[in-house]
Design a protein around this ligand. Structure first.
Ligand code: PMP
Length: 359
């Protein structure tokens, strides 16, 4: 069976090798005569997967021992609440940069917990770009500065991060593991797994240990980072199958040559699509400003609603999946996460060129 040309925004394409490995081991994991889903989360076999995923992530992203790697459920959306609940203490302000709907949602949750401020926003220009940051405007009593590294809906991405004196916290749900990062710039990073890390069901939280120590103990047990940290993310039953697939995905990234090789391929894939847009004489129009373009989500429109509709219908008929823009912005969006093969991107580029010529 041929695999779909999958450009879904998340849950998204997984590496075929990962799925085949999971299939191979589905009935008998590691000689246990059971699926990984049927093992105790306290068993040696599962423990190796759990700890192995943490170690591999640590190696791939060069995360030092100063940071804890946690697996939490509830999606990135729960982190919108857990971040302020744990870190926005009395007398402090949670500072946010608004670059799209997900940052707005993060801010909305923080407002329920304590004082907040918006350091910068590009809402007025329909989130076409990442704003310039003047760090002098950050409050002296800021608990942290929160950013969304890649804006899945608008197709914009931070190219570099401001150097701030408070912990920088990034929602990296849609670009973690897509390029190298300097972990030391961040107090905390979190990401729902369902784009670059594996399936939905597990959220990876990479957090500096000293931030957790400062965290508050009046919180419900499951909402306190300390609980997850003190119990190696095994306080309760973790999503074992999702963590297993995360581990297989990390194996795959390693086999591809690690982050450097992945980053190169991602640059190549994004360039293929942006070149089609830029060489189309305005037929395809990118939503993001050039200096803020995302390598993960390529967003564009056609000259009018009717042609956008026709393009999407024809694309679907030709086997392309997931090209509709997010329901809140419309247009088209091609999500080209790590697992989307270059050949699929080339096929989409050809389809776009042919559609333009035909029109
Ligand atoms: N942040 C970003 C940048 C996202 O793209 C998404 C999901 N698309 C979320 C947060 C929400 O993630 P979840 O569904 O895992 O709560």
């Amino acid at each position: 069976m041929t695999r779909a040309l999958n450009f879904n925004a998340g849950p998204a394409a997984l590496p075929e090798e990962v799925l085949l490995q999971a299939k191979k081991e589905l009935l008998n994991f590691n000689g246990t005569g059971m699926s990984i889903m049927e093992l105790s989360h306290r068993s040696k076999d599962y423990e190796a997967v759990h700890n192995g995923a943490q170690t591999q992530l640590r190696n791939l992203l060069q995360i030092s021992d100063e940071y804890e790697i946690l697996f939490i459920q509830g999606g990135a959306s729960l982190q919108f609440s857990m971040v302020p609940m744990n870190l926005l203490t009395e007398g402090k302000v949670g500072s946010y940069v608004l670059t799209g709907s997900w940052s707005e949602k993060a801010l909305k949750e923080a407002k329920k917990v304590g004082a907040t401020s918006v350091l910068a926003s590009t809402k007025d220009e329909n989130y076409k770009s990442i704003p310039q940051i003047n760090v002098d405007n950050l409050e002296s009593n800021a608990a942290y500065l929160h950013v969304t590294s890649n804006n899945t809906i608008y197709g914009t991405q931070w190219q570099s991060y401001p150097d701030v004196s408070v912990p920088l916290i990034a929602d990296m749900s849609s670009d973690i593991l897509s390029k190298s990062l300097n972990i030391n710039q961040f107090g905390m990073i979190y990401a729902g797994a369902q784009k670059n890390l594996g399936p939905s069901g597990v959220t990876v939280v990479i957090v500096k240990k000293d931030l957790i120590q400062a965290s508050v103990d009046h919180l419900p047990t499951m909402l306190n980072y300390q609980t997850h940290s003190q119990n190696n993310s095994l306080y309760n039953t973790p999503p074992t199958f999702a963590i297993y697939l995360l581990k297989l995905t990390l194996d795959w990234v390693e086999n591809q040559g690690g982050i450097t090789a992945i980053e190169q391929k991602n640059n190549e894939k994004a360039k293929i699509l942006y070149d089609v847009i830029d060489e189309s004489n305005g037929f395809y129009s990118g939503h993001a400003n050039l200096d803020s373009r995302s390598n993960m989500n390529v967003t564009f429109t056609l000259p009018d609603e009717d042609s956008t509709k026709e393009f999407l219908t024809l694309a679907k008929e030709n086997g392309f999946v997931g090209l509709n823009g997010h329901r809140s912005v419309g247009g088209c969006r091609a999500s080209i996460y790590n697992a989307v093969p270059v050949e699929h991107v080339v096929q989409l580029a050809e389809f776009m060129k042919n559609y333009r010529q035909k029109g």
